[in-house]
Design a protein around this ligand. Sequence first.
Ligand SMILES: Nc1ncnc2c1ncn2[C@@H]1O[C@H](COP(=O)(O)OP(=O)(O)OP(=O)(O)O)[C@@H](O)[C@H]1O
Length: 258
Amino acid sequence: MTEETLLKVENLSKSFGGVNAVENVSFEVRKGEIVAVIGPNGAGKTTLFNLVTGVIPATSGKITFKGVSIIGKRPYQIASLGMTRTFQNLQVFNNMTVIENVMTGSHIRLKTGILSSGLRLPNVYKEEKEVMQKALQCLEQVGIADLAFERAETLPYGNQRLLEIARAVAAEPSFILLDEPMAGLNPQESRNLVNVLKNMRKQGMTFLFVEHDMETVMSIADKIVVLDYGKKIAEGTPEEIASNPKVIAAYLGEEEAI
Ligand SMILES: Nc1ncnc2c1ncn2[C@@H]1O[C@H](COP(=O)(O)OP(=O)(O)OP(=O)(O)O)[C@@H](O)[C@H]1O
């Protein structure tokens, strides 16, 4: 693992009226790391994700990605720097095939114009082929290339989640944010996804993820950031977090032990 910092969050705050959803939070994600954000309900995890991806503006603080300040940037500008995300609820285009879904995530913009597309000139085929091959590689990465030409809606839930990740990969990001990737998956699907993410990390991908499933968090995270009432109450390895009295108290407060 390199020591290169990819994401740096410094004294980040966001308030909604009187509610401090995120308060003075700082942490770093280094290249090749899998960092988990955990915390009881309402702790500020989703708000933190929305701040980092530019969906909502911060009240104060700094966010730097690859050494560039992304405060005030629009989501598409941040995405163009190599950051992509998946959402808590599946966002799959049901009527498209699996591969078509992935192709929509491709950063390769078709250069051929309307006229040449209409006439089906050779360049159009070449570009389409390129995008398709790239999409197939992304599906291979998550292990569902054999389902490329199935309609997306026919896939079981766990495979639809993998499809979303393949589509995120199609944008060729260096950093992927996953919002509760294990939600709705059965234990076998969860284990499979853990392996997929570990393999992607081996190939150099960096992840920040929000997750309630502690077994997953403990088995995959290099580092865990714990939020409670908007504040960071702990940061450390899974072992450090599991034995941290503040963390245990925060979770016991909502009658949910980790
Ligand atoms: N748009 C908003 N307007 C007002 N308050 C908000 C808004 N978004 C979030 N909040 C408040 O900010 C706090 C943090 O919410 P957030 O959704 O970020 O928590 P969370 O950790 O993601 O929770 P969960 O685990 O339940 O998804 C909560 O008190 C919530 O009610």
